[in-house]
Each structure stands twice: as structure tokens, then as C-alpha cells.
Design a protein around this ligand. Structure first.
Ligand code: HEC
Length: 124
């Protein structure tokens, strides 16, 4: 690149960035809107699984604000913010003293994984 082009790029950049962040902000709020619209059923199913539909219940051992859970045997999921895959792995295979939840269907594991990662801000 010659210096004229570099200067041109340098001058152009701020405008491009501003445009880009405006577009990104737009997309984010759109995604946020969609997530909210799709939320209630999924989140409710995940919360129920977390609170009571597994044996033993996740809530017995984990803290998770969204579920009103305050267990302290396992790590606080609010702090850990696991992504969906990490939750699914832990639930399927167990980890440390946490048992594997063999009785759960794949759909239940996925619902739990999405729920926990979703409400803690972990990536999907
Ligand atoms: C008997 C107590 C207990 C129950 C019930 C339990 N966990 Fe755990 N969980 C733990 C402990 C202890 C750890 C930490 C294990 C370690 O790192 O050695 C853990 C770790 C985790 C982790 C982090 C895994 C990682 O990669 O670090 C996730 C996510 C998790 N549990 C989710 C769940 C979910 C979802 C449920 C319900 C299906 C559940 N747990 C039920 C005790 C429990």
C-alpha cells in the first residue's frame, strides 16, 4: 500500500466504524427482540428442569439467580457463565461429584443447556 492509500484508509475508517457499529447495534436489538419473543416457553421449561425435574435437582447444588436457586455444593452458575456446550457436557457425563444425568432426554439436556447459558449470559 502506498502512503496515499494509507492516508485515505485512515481517514475513512472512523466513518466506516461508526456505520458498522450502528448496523451492529441495530442487529443486536433486533436479535434481542427475537430472543424475547421466543423466550417464555423455552425459559420456563429450562427453569422447571433446573428447579425440580431432575434427580437430584440442579438447584440443590448450584446457585442460579434466574431460578431462585442458592445451592453451594457446585459452582455458582451465575459466576461461571458456562456456554451451552459446557452445560450439556456436565449434565451428560457428570463432572467431579456432580452425577451424570442419564435419565434426561437429549431434548431436556439441550433445554437445560440453552436455559443456563442463556440466563447467565454464557454463549449459546
Ligand atoms: C450433587 C450436586 C450437583 C447437582 C445435583 C448438579 N451439579 Fe452441576 N456441579 C456440581 C459440582 C460439585 C460441580 C463442579 C465439578 C468439578 O469441577 O469438579 C458442578 C459443575 C457444573 C457445571 C460446570 C461444568 C464445568 O465444565 O466446569 C455446570 C455447567 C453444571 N454443574 C450444571 C448443572 C446442571 C444443569 C445440573 C442439573 C441437571 C447440575 N449441574 C446438577 C454439583 C452438582
Amino acid at each position: 500500500m502506498d502512503s496515499t492509500l494509507l492516508r485515505y484508509v485512515a481517514r475513512r475508517r472512523p466513518v466506516r466504524w461508526r456505520l458498522l457499529s450502528a448496523v451492529a447495534a441495530g442487529l443486536l436489538s433486533l436479535a434481542g427482540g427475537l430472543a424475547c419473543a421466543a423466550e417464555p416457553k423455552d425459559v420456563e421449561a429450562g427453569r422447571t428442569l433446573f428447579m425440580q425435574a431432575t434427580t437430584p435437582a440442579c438447584a440443590v447444588c448450584h446457585t442460579l439467580a434466574d431460578a431462585g436457586a442458592a445451592g453451594t455444593i457446585g459452582p455458582s452458575l451465575d459466576e461461571l457463565k458456562p456456554d451451552a456446550n459446557r452445560v450439556a457436557q456436565a449434565v451428560r457425563n457428570g463432572i467431579g461429584v456432580m452425577p451424570a444425568f442419564d435419565a434426561l432426554s437429549d431434548a431436556d439436556v439441550q433445554a437445560l443447556a440453552k436455559y443456563v447459558s442463556g440466563v447467565t449470559g454464557g454463549a449459546q
